[in-house]
Design a binder for this molecule. Sequence first.
Ligand code: GLY
Ligand code: MN
Ligand code: MN
Length: 536
Amino acid sequence: MTDAAQHPAHHADQDRPQDPAATPEAGVDAEGAVSPQPLAERVENRSQRPSSDAFRAFMGADWAPSSDELPAQDASAPHAARRRAAVSARYPGERIVVPAGRLKVRSNDTDYRFRAHSAFAHLTGLGVDHEPDAVLVLEPTDPGAGDGGSDHAATLYFRPLAGRDTEQFYADARAGEFWIGPRPTLAGLAARTGLRTAGLEELESAVTKNVSADGTAVRLLREADQDMDALLAGVRAEAGVDAEAAASADAQVAEFLSELRLVKDEWEVERMRASVAATISGFEDVVRALPRAVGHARGERVVEGAFFARARLEGNDLGYDTIAASGNNATILHWIRNTGTVREGDLLLLDAGVEDDSLYTADITRTLPVSGSFTDVQRRIYQAVLDSADAAYAIVRPGIRFREIHAEAMRVLVERLADWGLLPVSAEVALSEDGQHHRRWMPHGTSHHLGLDVHDCAQAKRALYLDGVLEPGMVFTIEPGLYFKEEDLAVPEEYRGIGVRIEDDILVTEDGAENLSAALPRTPDEIEAWMARLQA
Ligand code: GLY
Ligand code: MN
Ligand code: MN
């Protein structure tokens, strides 16, 4: 029984507009005039914060001091330093500004958990929780006088932990240790990253000093932090910097930072192996949860929840919203509502990835028979997709072009579609630029780069992405699928309502490729045996 039911008068008080004369902060006074209190401040109206000197003195006293023990250096630090050296080499004499981003409002006064911009994470090596409002600035130095003999000195500006005798400690619900737990000190984050660190009060002058139309060139990674965008736009305008030229300079740095992530170093690959391992555990959890999902009004949510629990247990979060798509929902490519039921006899397409604490993510799809075994037609469609994935994987090695992977996957799928008599044209015509009839059932790309972002390196030039040549250390997906919608009258009835995708995470090695997600069963027989084992 709720409190409101026991105290109806109290409940009614909360819902009913109150007598404005009795509540001077209510927003509208007795004459109907709007209160001068700004809307943004009214979030404070629900609580009282004592402000007497005596209260402040009491709250600021008698706390044990924070530990001054310095943390060890992060394993990512030397790798991040090498990445910064590459940025330095590309932009000698220019200031490069890379914000982490700000807390994002979910609604009203509720924020999402903080997740730094991927370029910031890449250049600092910092993962989960670090550090809203922080900005990395690479300041040009005399040639060779910068970090590690480079041409830049890098400083990480952020809001350091405030002492327990400060007002921030107990009064700042977004940053105070009393409210959100300890955060790093300047010395602590310097020890972890190997970076120079400074407080946010020094940031504005560090970003804006000497900006002139013909003086210090600044490049900003835009759209990570709207305050930085506005600050630099204002300073540039004042200095007479051409706005179009500045936009183009900024866009180029976004492109460069995206391309810098195309090849992963050994530390990144190690973190991606961890993400993949956690994701595989999540898929196992889902198989164990399937009997509970079957028949539940929102069975797909049971699936989504089982995976999410693993993502939070072993990693930071999901790398993207889980697609838990059963039956015909598997033919809806971006089905993230996950409101459907899960029925015996249907296939469940699960596309999910755990984001590691380092923020690197996996991106894996398996299509599972809910009842534990594939029907003949499900197996036929599944095998075609598997053949396509295997054929694409077989050609991966350094030196081929990224686009060849998709072409090979489509060659096999089109062959199967032609064998089944589904194409209105020959396989050759379908594969031609003007054909593409198979896209009715396989409308998406076969591969995308993977890393800090699920669709990593998205700002890279086409020449380095789709038309790019594979190099050892690249990580991308291979994810062909076939999707026959239940309303698709161009296919035989037995195909309708079946969607299959198989997605693996592939590392290019010196002489070929490694399927990082190969430990998750892929063939129909393996999947059936694996499900039986997990559900025994
Ligand atoms: N789950 C997003 C993708 O596979 O690209
Ligand atoms: Mn993918
Ligand atoms: Mn995926």
